[in-house]
Design a protein around this ligand. Structure first.
Ligand code: SF4
Ligand code: SF4
Ligand code: FES
Length: 240
């Protein structure tokens, strides 16, 4: 039985394997679909909706939607990018994001996504300016809940890979936040060896490693070098 098939993404023919999501197939073909909650190595959750595409005219999350033979998928349209911009803007307004003083600046996927989507001045929504604690109790790791975008990557990494279940969501609706299984991080089994605390697992500046600030100077960080998604788009330019 043939395990591969084709569909189109913004008019481009994409070859997919059975069981792949639209995002996985697009990645393989060197076509970047914006995303924030999805990261390689973890099961997709489909929560941020930044990867929203239209499949045969209906909205779907590219990270969880299986690729289908003959499907017509739209991604880089004015309508979809408008929705993506609104989602990203809302994340900026929901938390406390002060990029010029944030250690994650230049390595941050939220910041990089804003640049990629052409957001330079997020003013569409009111700033909620929540008052959230920081947790510096752990000797090696710090949590700044002001930056959390509730992508859930830490929950999945800690539960599914590290087997520690340190993080989970607490609260409901507008009060839903990330929480830990103790009062302070120092009381958990958190370790620098965990995937959860590895660089880049948290897409923003919520999970930070102590003693490493500015080890890579601003201007030389990941997204200072090239826009988010470039690693995937580069595959398109390389000969197969
Ligand atoms: S987490 Fe990212 S978006 Fe938020 S302040 Fe830091 S660099 Fe800016
Ligand atoms: S702490 Fe980081 S990885 Fe965890 S939900 Fe918040 S932004 Fe995502
Ligand atoms: S990356 Fe698909 S919903 Fe977040």
């Amino acid at each position: 039985m043939n395990q591969t098939f084709e569909f189109t993404l913004d008019g481009r023919v994409i070859r997919a394997e059975r069981g792949q999501s639209i995002m996985q197939a697009a990645d393989g073909a060197g076509v970047y679909i914006p995303r924030l909650c999805d990261v390689e190595g973890l099961e997709p959750e489909g929560s941020c909706r930044v990867c929203t595409v239209k499949v045969n005219g209906r909205f779907a999350a590219a990270c969880t939607q299986p690729a289908e033979a003959g499907a017509v998928v739209e991604s880089e349209t004015a309508e979809i990018n408008h929705h993506r911009r609104m989602l990203v803007q809302m994340l900026f307004h929901e938390g406390n994001h002060l990029c010029p003083i944030c250690e994650a600046s230049g390595n941050c996927e939220l910041q990089a996504m804003a640049y990629r989507l052409g957001i330079h001045q997020p003013t569409r929504f009111p700033y909620l300016q929540p008052v959230r604690p920081m947790d510096a109790s752990h000797p090696d790791i710090m949590l700044d809940y002001n930056r959390c975008i509730r992508c859930g990557r830490c929950i999945r990494a800690s539960a599914d890979v590290d087997g520690k279940h340190i993080f989970d969501f607490v609260g409901r609706g507008i009060n839903k936040q990330i929480g830990i299984d103790a009062d302070y991080l120092a009381e958990t089994a958190a370790s620098l060896d965990d995937l959860t605390f590895s660089p880049g697992l948290c897409p923003v500046g919520c999970i930070l490693r102590k003693g490493q600030g500015f080890a890579t100077p601003i201007g030389q960080r990941r997204f200072d070098q090239e826009p988010i998604g470039s690693d995937i788009e580069r595959k398109r330019e390389e000969p197969a």
